[in-house]
Design a protein around this ligand. Structure first.
Ligand code: GLU
Length: 378
C-alpha cells in the first residue's frame, strides 16, 4: 500500500485499460458482472470530474466463446473473423452496463496506421476531445478486423499507452488479473515480491517482466513494461493493478491501492516529440557515426550532415525519420530538414560546405534538436 493521493488526485484525464482475462472466459463468454462493476467504477470517477477513456480487450475472447471454439484461432483471417463476431457483443455488454449508470459511450476502433499518420492522429484527437467534452465515455479497441501485421499495434497495453498519449492523459491504469509487477513470476516463485513503485525502468525491471500472455490474452507483463516506457517518457503516470478487486479504481485515487505505480520522467516530452517517439511511422532513416551518436545522446546536440554516413527509405523534407547507429539500433527520431536524395548529397559534409554541395540549402542542421527525440532506453 502506498500513499500517493497527492500525486494522483491531480490527474484529470484517465485512460483505463481492461484485459481480456478479466472480461471473458472460453466457457462462460463475457463476464457481465465484471463489466457492470467496471462501468460503475468509471461512472463514479466521471461524476468526480475526471474524463475517462476506456480501452477494452475481449473482442476475440468473446468471439471464441460465442462460436464455441476451443481457443483463439491462429490464422489472421480467422482471428479477424472471431473479433468481428465478438466486438459488437462486447459493446452491447458495455452499452447495457453504462446505461444503468445513465452514461453514454462511443466505440472507437483504431490501428497503428491511424495513429502514425499525422493528419489521422490529430483527427482522432479531435474526436476524443469532442466526446469527452460531452461527457461521453469512449470505448476503444484495436480494429482487429482490418489490422493485419503491418498496420497493427498488436496488443492493448501498447494501444492504451498510445491512446493515453493521444488524449494527453495524466494517468493510465492497466487493470489486469494480477496485482502488479513482481520481482519474479509469483506463480513459480513464492519469494516473489510486488514492486510498489518504479522510478526508473532499468534492466532489472525488464528482466522481471518475462514474455508471457495467457491463452486468451495477448500481452502479459512484457507489453505492460513497453506501455510503461511510453508513458513515463511522455510524462504520464501508469499503474498496473488487479481489476478483480472491487473498488480498485477508487482506491487508486485515494492513494491506498495495492499495485505498481510507474512514475513519469520529470523532463517529459512536448506533444510533437511524443508523437514522433511513439506513433510516427518513420519514412526512412539515417545512419550516423560514433561522434554524432555521442553528441546526440550525451550532449543534447542537433544532427549535422558531417555525422551522417548513409540514408535509406523514402523521405521528404519535414518527414519523421529514424536515426540509427552503425550497429543498426534506432537511437533517436526526428524531422528531417531535407529529402533522402539531398541527405545523400550532403552526408559527411561540414556545415560551411553545405551550400556548395546543395545550393538550395537553407538549413544548418539536418535534424534540429527541437525536432529530435532520443528514444527511451538508448
Ligand atoms: N484487440 C484484442 C481483442 O479485443 C485484444 C488485444 C489484447 O488483449 O492485448 O481481443
Amino acid at each position: 500500500m502506498h500513499k500517493l493521493s497527492d500525486i494522483v488526485n491531480n490527474c484529470g484525464r484517465v485512460v483505463v485499460k481492461v484485459g481480456s482475462n478479466l472480461l471473458a472466459s472460453k466457457s462462460a463468454g463475457i463476464n457481465l458482472s465484471r463489466i457492470d462493476a467496471i462501468a460503475k467504477a468509471i461512472s463514479c470517477l466521471q461524476d468526480k470530474g475526471k474524463s475517462v477513456v476506456l480501452v477494452s480487450s475481449g473482442a476475440q475472447a468473446a468471439g471464441v466463446a460465442a462460436l464455441r471454439l476451443k481457443g483463439k484461432p491462429k490464422a489472421m483471417a480467422e482471428k479477424q473473423a472471431v473479433a468481428a463476431v465478438g466486438q459488437p457483443l462486447l459493446m452491447e455488454a458495455y452499452e447495457n452496463a453504462f446505461r444503468k449508470q445513465r452514461k453514454h459511450i462511443a466505440q472507437i476502433l483504431l490501428t497503428n496506421d491511424d495513429l502514425s499518420n499525422k493528419a489521422r492522429f490529430f483527427n482522432a484527437k479531435n474526436t476524443f476531445n469532442a466526446l469527452l467534452d460531452k461527457g461521453i465515455i469512449p470505448v476503444v479497441n484495436e480494429n482487429d478486423t482490418v489490422a493485419v501485421e503491418e498496420i497493427k499495434v498488436g496488443d492493448n497495453d501498447n494501444l492504451s499507452a498510445m491512446v493515453a498519449n493521444l488524449v494527453e492523459a495524466d494517468l493510465l491504469v492497466l487493470l489486469s488479473d494480477i496485482d502488479g509487477l513482481f520481482t519474479d513470476d509469483p506463480s513459480k516463485n513464492p519469494e516473489a515480491k510486488l514492486v510498489p513503485i518504479v522510478e526508473k525502468i532499468d534492466a532489472g525491471i525488464e528482466r522481471s517482466a518475462k514474455k508471457a500472455g495467457s491463452e486468451l490474452s495477448t500481452g502479459g507483463m512484457f507489453t505492460k513494461i513497453q506501455a510503461a516506457k511510453k508513458c513515463v517518457s511522455a510524462g504520464i503516470l501508469m499503474v498496473i493493478c488487479n481489476g478483480e478487486e472491487p473498488g480498485i479504481l477508487k482506491e487508486i485515487f485515494e492513494g491506498t491501492f495495492k499495485g505498481t505505480l510507474f512514475l513519469p520522467k520529470k523532463n517529459a516530452m512536448t506533444n510533437k516529440k511524443r508523437w514522433m517517439a511513439f506513433v510516427a511511422n518513420p519514412k526512412g532513416f539515417v545512419v550516423v557515426d560514433e561522434g554524432a551518436k555521442e553528441a546526440l545522446l550525451n550532449r543534447a546536440k542537433s544532427l549535422l550532415a558531417s555525422g551522417v554516413i548513409d540514408a535509406g527509405g523514402e523521405f521528404k523534407a519535414g518527414e519523421t525519420i529514424s536515426v540509427r547507429d552503425i550497429g543498426g539500433s534506432e537511437i533517436a527520431r526526428g524531422e528531417s530538414a531535407c529529402s533522402r536524395e539531398e541527405m545523400l548529397l550532403i552526408k559527411g559534409c561540414r556545415t560551411e560546405e553545405l551550400a556548395k554541395r546543395l545550393p538550395s540549402c537553407k538549413f544548418k542542421e539536418v535534424i534540429h534538436r527541437d525536432n529530435l527525440v532520443i528514444l527511451a532506453g538508448s
